[in-house]
Design a protein. Structure first.
Length: 233
């Protein structure tokens, strides 16, 4: 085993232990929480190593970087790619070429652009609503009060499949408050949108809080890959 693979294996074991312990504390089964590896800014070789270690779900936040990376990794069996960064409408067509799921849909206009791109490609695209729990949409995410309208637009498109919602805990509130609020949003969504079961919340520093409040997907980058970053052109 190479030095980098050993490092990643050790990090993965620690993260898995944290997730398992958090699930046990919350009275949940470990299978209820997906580990999404945030591989943005890291080389394709690291994704290959994580795949060898058993991970299948990977997240990127820059379309140009992700497109090039995914094209190198088409051989990875079962790999699934998520777009988790803020997305401009003019990137919709490009993103649909590599992403299996877009986790950062925060406006009707973006949903429409993604639906058009998915339709042109002949695919159904899984999406999550990105919700701004504190209402500061300048950082990405739609306001809580706008969730029903956006969810309706996604469902009516026919080309997008609403899988749930995601949030990033704002600095203005305790993570536990944000995650509890997101769980409530998704609970409301399910009444009208039965496919909306995902609660994507929690990252390296707060995944335990997220799991205790019902998160079904934790997005982990630093705890898996470290703080070193790939030098980008």
């Amino acid at each position: 085993m190479t030095g980098r693979k050993e490092e990643l294996a050790a990090n993965l074991a620690e993260v898995e232990e944290r997730i398992a312990n958090a699930c046990e504390a919350a009275g949940r089964d470990r299978s209820e929480v997906m580990l999404l590896a945030v591989t943005k800014t890291w080389p394709a070789s690291d994704v290959e190593l994580l795949h060898e270690l058993g991970l299948r779900n990977f997240a990127e936040n820059r379309d140009q970087e992700a497109g090039a990376k995914v094209s190198q990794l088409r051989h990875l069996e079962g790999a699934r790619w998520h777009m988790v960064g803020r997305l401009q409408r003019n990137k919709a067509k490009s993103v649909v070429e590599w992403a299996d799921q877009v986790d950062s849909v925060d406006s009707v206009r973006l949903a429409e652009a993604l639906a058009k791109a998915a339709h042109a490609k002949g695919v159904h695209l899984d999406v999550l609503l990105q919700v701004s729990i504190d209402g500061d949409t300048s950082r990405g995410g739609c306001a809580v009060e706008d969730v029903p309208e956006l969810a309706g637009a996604i469902t009516r498109s026919g080309d997008l499949i609403l899988r749930g919602a995601m949030t990033v805990a704002p600095l203005t509130m305790k993570p536990s408050q944000a995650f509890e609020a997101l769980a409530s949003v998704v609970s409301g969504l399910r009444d009208d949108h039965p496919t909306a079961t995902w609660v994507s919340a929690g990252m390296s520093g707060d995944l335990e809080d997220a799991i205790s409040h019902g998160s079904t997907c934790v997005r982990v980058g630093t705890a898996l890959l470290g703080s070193r970053r790939l030098t980008l052109p």
